[in-house]
Design a protein around this ligand. Sequence first.
Ligand code: HEC
Ligand code: HEC
Length: 318
Amino acid sequence: MKKGLKILGVSIGLIVLLIGIAVIFISANDIPSYKVEKIDFKVNSSPEAIARGEKLAVMLCASCHLNHRTNKLTGQKMMDAPPEFGEIYSQNITQDKTYGIGEWTDGELVYLLRTGIKRDGKYSPPYMAKLPGMADEDINAVISFLRSDHPMVKADPTPDVPPKPSLLTKILCRVAFKPLPMPTEAIPLPNADDSVELGKYLAHNLDCFSCHSADFKTNDFLNPELSDGYFGGGNKPLDLQGRVMLTSNLTPDKETGIGNWTREDFIKALKYGQIKGGKALTYPMLPYSQLTDDEAGAIFEYLQSIPPIKNKVERSIY
Ligand code: HEC
Ligand code: HEC
């Protein structure tokens, strides 16, 4: 009996020790690193590319990187990151050589934006956006903007605060989150005369699907249409107080989606946050006022063409 207890005690001790070693191993090892592929890419800048890049960056990068104190993309604490992921700070991506991306090559930027691998090989967890399906021309536009003399990206020596990813994030980055493959073929712009095709491109590349499908964990960034509950809403991003903000069903279901909306209703909601007879849309649903009515309307037409999902989502109003 005594011997049995002793064996049990030793076994429990061993298991605790092994878990302890695993925890120390993973936390000491940090986020995994990958080989950085050298990308032969030189930005092809023009006033049109910079203007297009500004519009894309305001919609796609500023929500996380714009610091309202410096009015530049110097980074900030991300109040809406789920606390179980750790303490997350977006980084300084102005042209500063020490803290910003002044020393990054164009190829290194493309590689990060496509795959999620930084120039030092470290993997950037899902709290940093990736653009696997964006047209080459639009990627060129975003980088043209980052290299431009726009005040938002002018060198600013605000030091970075490194993110403090939790153990959970580090473990997930070893078992679940993986870098995306670098595209091997050219990605063309959609045909702008085909509004459904244009709308699909925008709905995927402006990341609408990632918030408006069922769950961040089951989103498929390479094939957005394969995400669980594609555009059926019910995902749970947080607001700046860390409260859940349920996302709306944007499928054409007439009862629970937007099947009864007009194109005008949609444009007003998307560009200005205005809802017929209801309270204005709130964070994290930011107004996409940079879109033209044709672009916003194209997203509407695409959404009306996808399979309806019956899923009633009550608005979170605080
Ligand atoms: C959802 C929030 C979010 C969005 C949207 C976002 N970023 Fe980031 N970004 C981050 C976070 C957080 C980090 C730090 C990630 C890390 O430590 O791995 C980061 C890191 C970076 C870095 C690496 C900087 C460094 O010094 O290591 C670059 C470059 C960058 N982002 C560019 C962009 C661009 C360009 C866009 C728009 C196309 C963008 N980001 C959109 C949150 C975001
Ligand atoms: C960061 C997450 C996020 C992203 C990205 C996002 N949305 Fe939303 N969206 C929400 C949330 C949350 C709501 C509900 C807001 C509320 O109740 O005030 C919402 C509401 C809406 C509504 C109102 C629907 C209704 O039934 O009232 C429309 C339309 C909409 N979003 C369209 C879009 C489109 C189009 C895009 C891409 C261009 C997009 N959203 C990107 C989170 C997001």
